[in-house]
Design a binder for this molecule. Structure first.
Ligand code: M6R
Length: 615
């Protein structure tokens, strides 16, 4: 929910931290700050706004030091303003800290500190933490590492922190519990970041700090990791990063979101690569294969996820029940974790998450694990927290998704869930060989069909967006497999264009939402040939007779629906089960172009962050 970057080495830290913060802006972008460590003290600057605003303000500081930490914020405690921005300084000016997460018991700690004479400038939990560290350091005459450790042992909440002490300027102390933190290891230099993207051009060697661990990073020494709880040494697990620099740049596109929409033929293909061997009729997935007994004997599968990933889960429910006849429940992770759910030892719980860091999804999984369920993760980010706590899993291979609105991660999730459903159905004999072969061949064609949509839609969706951009509301409708498509279409529109949009199963219209229809209400309907076509046609007639405007997503060659629709977008015909992948593309483009035409910040919509690592 916030991004942290740090550097300690021989180069100037400033440009490394600023560029790193720009790459992490997807995590939060309402304020930013940087502090550099010099023998004379700290050079600190922070501001409300983006990293570019921070850059403008940073001309006032000495940019030559070789040690520093920086932060890009998504506000939790206190409005976004200069004072609440990180880094935060301790009262004595000796310690400075950046933080991603929430200190839940900050009020009681703050009360204690106030009683001891501490004062506070900001409304943040972070300023409380940095002063709490000062308290331990002063009262027990400790070095920074020990003071941080003791303070963290009293803290309830989630954090990734980086801390500097101006009386020990060659050290950075970092710690994590619930929020990610990676340490890049170069030659005579170290990098710190919430993910590896800020240091990918400098080193491929990284350590992902585990929950409950802290590290002391000193120039000229090996990184020393210990547990926060009891100070036990932890052995170093240095991993080789697979990320490359091109994957995290815009590559000539105006926005990351557009780039990521256009990447989908590739990302879907990559997700299937080595897994779907269509000529042999084989689906290879080690995570499923090695645990097939758990899946096939499961009394039910529970899918937990949030946002777009939840919509992918809804499609999976239809597919797994249809192909493998295993009962599936899909739940918002945030509800599941708090409602005392019934979880049995022979349940399989699947968490779907692009980032692998979503706090609610992570907590739901931990709960399922405690209750003895087998937990399986579908993530895009390699080495993420969810990937590390699950019993098994499968990566989506969509590549880094930077735009806050999820696009290619969604279609990659649908792809992998299709593979899982097909594999389970084949394995337990519920899916006939004939249907299996037909569906695997159809799935194999999806990347080329997505490519075709992208070519055919060129210019067309932009023109439709121009017509509808000034509407303040929209309704999305679909049935069967495309009911989740309607939900996802509506989510995309509202999150980047701030237009109020709702998705419904088309037949639910007459149970309430139909009251909203008049000539000002655009209704986007997915009406593909193979899925309840006639039923959806009747729903469209009902809409038409209320004078609402219809944008129809239909199969090529459709005549009936396009005769009623004000505008239409063609997608190729495929198996109904895979139409959500195809339908997603024009709906993503429609939201994208409406947001662009309204002049909105497409990649960094207001109030949002890419990975929601707080509750
Ligand atoms: O990283 P996750 O998939 O767990 O994230 C879940 C949601 O926060 C995410 O899908 C969110 O809804 C997106 N901004 C949607 O575009």
């Amino acid at each position: 929910m916030c991004g942290i970057v740090g550097y300690i080495g021989r180069r100037e830290a400033y440009p490394i931290i600023i560029n790193g913060l720009k790459r992490l802006e997807y995590r939060g972008y309402d304020s930013a700050g940087i502090v550099l460590s010099t023998p004379k003290g700290f050079e600190l600057v922070k501001t409300k706004g983006k990293v570019s605003d921070l850059e403008e303000k940073s001309t006032s500081i000495d940019q030559t030091p070789t040690i520093g930490i920086g932060h890009t914020r998504w506000a939790t405690h206190g409005v976004p303003n200069d004072v609440n921005s990180h880094p935060h300084l301790s009262n004595n000016g000796r310690i400075v800290l950046v933080h991603n997460g929430i200190i839940e018991n900050y009020e009681s700690i703050k009360k204690l500190l106030i009683e001891k004479g501490y004062t506070f400038q900001s409304d943040t939990d972070t300023e409380v933490l940095v002063n709490f560290i000062q308290l331990f350091q002063e009262e027990q005459n400790l070095n920074l590492r020990d003071a941080v450790r003791l303070a963290l042992n009293e803290v309830v909440g989630a954090y990734a922190i980086a801390v500097l002490d101006n009386q020990d300027p060659d050290t950075i102390v970092v710690a994590r519990l619930g929020s990610p933190l990676a340490i890049g290891i170069g030659k005579d230099e170290f990098f710190i970041a919430s993910d590896a993207s800020p240091f990918i051009e400098f080193t491929k060697d990284a350590i992902y700090l585990e929950d409950g661990d802290m590290a002391s990073i000193r120039l000229g020494e090996e990184v020393a990791i210990h547990t926060i709880h009891n100070n036990e040494p932890v052995s170093l697990d240095i991993q080789e990063l697979q990320l490359n620099i091109e994957a995290i740049e815009k590559g000539g596109y105006e926005h990351f979101m557009l780039k990521e929409i256009y990447e989908q033929p590739r990302s879907i293909r990559d997700t299937m690569r080595g897994r779907l061997l269509v000529d042999e009729g084989i689906i290879k997935m080690a995570g499923i294969w090695d645990n097939q007994e758990r899946f096939l004997k499961a009394k039910r599968i529970i899918i937990v996820a949030c946002g777009t990933s939840y919509h992918a889960g809804l499609v999976a429910e239809y597919m797994i029940e249809d192909f493998a006849r295993i009962p599936v429940e899909v739940e918002y992770a945030s509800e599941f974790r708090y409602r005392n759910p019934i979880i049995k030892k022979n349940d399989v719980v699947i968490a779907i998450s692009q980032s692998g860091e979503t706090a609610d999804t992570l907590a739901a999984l931990k709960l399922a694990k405690e209750k003895g369920a087998f937990i399986f993760g579908i993530n895009n980010v390699v080495g993420s927290s969810i990937a590390r706590i699950t019993d098994a899993g499968a990566y989506t291979h969509a590549g880094p998704e930077i735009g806050v609105a999820s696009t290619k991660a969604f279609t990659a999730q649908l792809t992998i869930l299709s593979l899982i459903a097909l594999k389970l159905g084949k394995k337990n004999g519920e899916l006939s060989n004939e249907k299996y072969n037909l569906l695997t061949r159809e799935l194999d064609r999806i990347p080329e069909l997505v490519e075709k949509i992208l070519i055919d839609c060129e210019g067309k969706i932009e023109a439709i967006a121009e017509k509808y951009k000034d509407n303040r509301n929209a309704i999305y409708l679909g049935r069967g497999y495309n009911y989740p498509s309607a939900l996802e279409g509506a989510l995309k529109l509202k999150e980047i264009s701030y237009i109020h949009a709702e998705g419904y199963p088309a037949a639910e219209m007459k149970h309430g939402p139909i009251a909203l229809l008049d000539e000002n209400m655009p209704v986007i309907v997915i009406a593909t040939k193979r899925g309840y076509y006639e039923k959806v046609v009747s729903n469209i007639q009902e809409i038409k007779s209320r004078s609402a405007r219809i944008i129809a997503v239909v199969n090529e060659g459709d005549e009936q629906v396009i005769a009623m629709a004000d505008d239409h977008i063609f997608i190729p015909e495929t198996a109904e089960e895979f139409t959500p992948i195809l339908a997603a593309i024009p709906l993503q483009l429609l939201s994208y172009w409406i947001a662009v035409k309204l002049g909105k910040n497409v990649d960094q919509p207001r109030n949002l962050a890419k990975s929601v690592t707080v509750e």
